[in-house]
Ligand binder design. Structure first.
Ligand code: ASP
Length: 347
């Protein structure tokens, strides 16, 4: 008798499992069994499915570090019992969770496929059914006895994307996610076409989970007209250890003296500052323009083509593991989970 693959589905909440409140009409997360009752097709899959549900499913806008720790702990504890994992999650912060998990799960050799939907499962035109069924198939897929996708990925709207490269870019369409700086890992049509050469290489070392995420971090999106007081307040946040600045174009920001001096002082005092571009596609190239020279001189670290979701969660992870100063910079500028394109490729 052939052994069927076993997949654990972890239900956190999100639109896929929501129902509308009778009075207000607002969606709220509901029971996982109701969700599955809408997908009788699951019994046709030749895959063993188990489910684990958060006791109180949540809208993903309420997700925080404690949720990531909960998810990573479930995966750690069940890692040896399953061939892959499917996480059902709201779309709003899915890219943050995918990025966080990609850093927390070390030497991952099994698929962790995150999905959800734009319309709840009980709604006639729901996109949830296809997303769920394909995500399960992908999590169970093997080639030459090995998992086909040994990484954290988002499956949504016919595309499988690297988790830490994904961003929610559409509140309306069924294709809600895009990976602007890295091509899809698989495309789903009549067939599921996997691009094996784009996947992370199978981990050789033992699977481990790092559960410490330092929340003393922040994001500052620069804008024309930004006031010195505002920036100084942010830089003086008590306990702040890391800051992502979202800059213009290829990594530029105001060259005003007060800005550069404030950053220089903060970095000198131990703050880690990384530079992510506000553009969806392309990368930070500090020093290309005079308006980013100052950032180089005061020690701002380039995030190259990383997303802001990947940058902030990688920062939490590295600071949580105790990386500081030059060691932090070394780790941050190294692509550890395929989250950034290496400089030699960019040059
Ligand atoms: N607010 C919902 C959530 O992120 C949206 C969704 O699931 O699409 O949980």
């Amino acid at each position: 008798m052939t052994k069927h693959n076993s997949i654990l589905i972890i239900y956190t909440g999100g639109t896929i499992g929501m129902v509308a409140d009778e009075q207000s009409g607002s969606y709220y997360p509901f029971d996982v069994q109701v969700l599955f009752s809408h997908v009788p097709e699951l019994s046709q899959l030749k895959i063993n499915l188990d489910t684990e549900s958060f006791t109180e499913p949540i809208d993903s806008s309420d997700i925080g570090v404690s949720t990531w720790i909960k998810l990573a702990t479930i995966i750690r504890d069940k890692y040896n019992s399953y061939d892959g994992f499917v996480v059902l999650h709201g779309t709003d912060t899915m890219a943050y969770t995918a990025s966080a998990l990609s850093f927390m799960l070390e030497n991952l050799a099994k698929p962790v496929i995150i999905t959800g939907s734009q319309l709840p499962m009980g709604v006639l035109r729901t996109d949830g059914k296809e997303n769920l069924i394909s995500a399960i198939e992908i999590a169970a897929a093997r080639k030459e006895g090995k998992p086909r996708v040994p990484e954290v990925a988002i499956y949504f709207g016919s595309k499988l994307l690297r988790g830490n490269r994904s961003q929610k870019f559409n509140t309306e369409g069924f294709e809600a996610f895009e990976s602007f700086n890295y091509p899809s890992l698989a495309d789903v049509g009549i067939h599921i076409i996997y691009y094996d050469q784009r996947m992370l290489r199978q981990a050789q070392m033992d699977f481990e989970v790092s559960l410490k995420m330092d929340e003393n971090v922040g994001v500052l999106r620069v804008f024309p007209g930004m006031k010195a007081d505002f920036v100084r307040q942010i830089l003086n946040t008590p306990g702040l250890k890391g800051l992502v600045i979202e800059t213009f174009g290829s990594g530029n920001a105001t060259s005003a003296n007060w800005f550069i001096e404030a950053l220089k002082q903060a970095i000198h005092d131990g703050l880690h500052v990384v530079n992510v571009t506000q553009c969806s596609r392309g990368f930070v190239e500090q020093g290309k323009y005079l308006t980013s020279r100052g950032l180089v001189s005061c020690g701002v670290i380039s995030a190259a083509d990383m997303t802001v979701e990947a940058a902030i969660t990688k920062m939490m992870n590295l600071l949580g593991k105790g990386y500081v100063g030059i060691e932090f910079e070394k780790e941050f500028t190294r692509s550890s989970r395929g989250e950034r394109t290496s400089y030699s490729t960019l040059a």
